[in-house]
Design a protein around this ligand. Structure first.
Ligand SMILES: C[S@@+](CC[C@H](N)C(=O)[O-])C[C@H]1O[C@@H](n2cnc3c(N)ncnc32)[C@H](O)[C@@H]1O
Length: 282
């Protein structure tokens, strides 16, 4: 089956310019920058190679929306956004020049200032390289850390609290491998509950990329850290995203995180400033 077309202002603004310049065709990415196709610029709108069409008013509406991505369906553009009755939060896909991020109640789930979600993901995963054996990814989100870890690991178990977040991931071309890679096993639930199901020393690596402290404080607490320590193998490593180490709040949260990880049994906790987090060793 053909992949759905997903567009943001980064793709459509050049189309508007090409039309204004009198061009009859233009190159555009139908999947937020992953691939490129040639489209026809008709008087009524844009026509994609598969026959899908989008009128100019829809193209202009996408171009005006800086913080949203759109799925093209039945000749119209639908904003990729879900309200979760489970958490009472709004989830949406926010474009960047590269991989999009997910907004949860307006808060981006990846770094976008001075970097992009893809580079942000590479830094997080690199902090515990080599990423080998079994990996626990505590917070799926768009699946970027799970997808990156699965490139070298044997198995990645990834846990997401809110099915609405996975609805957004399903609509995101950059998250496709989350749903197609047999090395990635998805679980739904609070990671603080799901982790209790794992045997001691199950994982060689843990990637802990939780939402901000204000959204999920228990994922920064001693009880959860003792579980992380329990399920990690001796010699294993944990990456814990914390936030900008140069900011006042980042500094104080990092100090508390490092102290509680040590109290939970991790023998060494090292700052990983490029990845905005810490690495803990068992
Ligand atoms: C910062 S994002 C993770 C980004 C992810 N590492 C990626 O690469 O796309 C945090 C995610 O954790 C989810 N979440 C929040 N609380 C959670 C919990 N208690 N257990 C599991 N997931 C949770 C949020 O819905 C959100 O999707």
């Amino acid at each position: 089956m053909a992949q759905p077309i997903v567009l943001s202002c980064f793709q459509t603004r050049p189309l508007v310019q090409a039309r204004e310049a009198g061009k009859a065709t233009a190159a555009i990415s139908p999947d937020l920058g992953l691939t490129v196709v040639e489209v026809a610029l008709d008087p009524v709108g844009v026509r994609f190679p598969g026959g899908e069409a989008l009128p100019w008013d829809a193209v202009e509406a996408i171009s005006a929306a800086e913080n949203a991505c759109f799925a093209v369906e039945g000749g119209a553009a639908r904003k990729i956004q879900v309200f979760s009755e489970f958490t009472n939060r709004v989830y949406s896909l926010m474009p960047t020049g590269g991989a999009p991020t997910m907004l949860v109640s307006g808060i981006p789930m990846h770094r976008i200032k001075g970097t992009d979600p893809h580079r942000d993901t590479l830094e997080k995963v690199k902090a515990v390289r080599p990423v080998v054996g079994r990996v626990l990814d505590t917070a799926t989100g768009l699946g970027y850390t799970a997808i990156e870890a699965a490139k070298t690991a044997d198995l990645v178990v990834t846990v997401e609290l809110d099915p609405a977040a996975l609805d957004i991931a399903r609509a995101n071309p950059w998250s496709r491998a989350l749903f197609g890679n047999p090395k990635i096993e998805q679980r739904i639930g609070d990671t603080a509950d799901v982790i209790e199901e794992f045997e001691d020393e199950t994982f060689h690596r843990i990637l802990h990329d939780p939402p901000a402290f204000s959204l999920a404080g228990h994922l920064y607490g001693g009880d959860f850290y003792r579980q992380l320590h329990r399920v990690l193998r001796r010699g294993g490593r944990l990456f814990h995203y914390v936030g900008d180490p140069a900011s006042k709040s980042g500094r104080s949260v990092t100090a508390g995180v490092a102290r509680r990880l040590q109290e939970a049994g991790f023998k060494r906790v090292v700052r990983a400033p490029r990845a905005f987090g810490v690495v803990a060793y068992k």
